[in-house]
Write a protein that binds this ligand. Structure first.
Ligand SMILES: Nc1ncnc2c1ncn2[C@@H]1O[C@H](COP(=O)(O)OP(=O)(O)OP(=O)(O)O)[C@@H](O)[C@H]1O
Ligand SMILES: [Mg+2]
Length: 211
């Protein structure tokens, strides 16, 4: 049985990840693949509980190290119980965020040391890395506008991490770009300021590497 491929979408808030992962799942299924869609943090019962803690706890917000370890706990559970078994059985896995978000948010964003993150993250994932990572890059003002529109359309408020300041979000964006510069064989950067169709076209093209 041929192992499935592992594709992740990354980028800051409002860049269009959730929009594009759905398209990716549909397109791969149309091409005859079995596909599992996951999101981070989440994707198992335990990991979804951790997600709620991470997004909503404002009375006793996690300190930076606790935040890191909560993300990694959720990821460990998702990799062990969901992602790895799926890949082993030939299913392609598409994830809305994965390890690069840890490096961008907890490393470049919060300032935790990248070498510690690398070791801790590899431990959590048992060394699993994506075969392809699609980084959706948008200028902060475009992302902010999309987030505002989404909040109005869905009548929801920004969560704890989304409401971190502008300086944090610009460190994030630069951090993601730096990650892509360091690992160009895995991470493809796509300008995500175009229409959903334009972004999708570029995302689909990046799968050519799989033949
Ligand atoms: N290319 C695009 N052009 C304009 N609007 C878009 C585009 N892609 C997504 N949107 C809209 O922008 C909002 C944010 O998109 P989406 O939820 O896909 O982003 P996200 O990266 O998943 O955000 P988050 O990190 O908060 O989960 C949504 O309302 C979506 O419909
Ligand atoms: Mg999303």
């Amino acid at each position: 049985m041929e192992r499935g491929r592992f594709i992740t979408f990354e980028g800051g808030e409002g860049c269009g990840k959730s929009t594009q992962v759905k398209r990716m799942k549909e397109a791969l299924e149309s091409a005859g693949r079995k596909v599992l869609l996951t999101r981070e943090p989440g994707g198992t019962r335990l990991a979804e509980l951790v997600r709620t803690l991470l997004k909503d706890e404002r009375e006793d917000p996690p300190c930076d190290r606790a935040e890191l370890l909560l993300f990694l706990a959720a990821r460990a559970q998702l990799v062990r119980n969901v992602i790895r078994p799926a890949l082993d059985s030939g299913v392609w896995v598409v994830s809305d965020r994965f390890s690069d978000s840890t490096f961008a948010y907890q490393g470049y964003g919060r300032g935790l040391p990248l070498d510690v993150l690398a070791i801790a993250n590899d431990f959590a994932c048992e060394g699993l890395r994506p075969d392809l990572t699609i980084l959706l890059d948008v200028p902060p003002e475009v992302a902010a506008r999309r987030m505002r529109e989404r909040e109005q359309a869905t009548n929801t408020a920004a969560d704890r991490i989304e409401s971190a300041g502008e300086a944090f979000h610009s460190r994030l964006r630069a951090g993601f770009i730096e990650l892509a510069r360091r690992d160009p064989g895995r991470i493809v950067v796509i300008d995500a300021s175009g229409t959903p169709d334009e972004v999708w076209e570029a995302a689909w093209k990046s799968l050519k590497r799989f033949g």
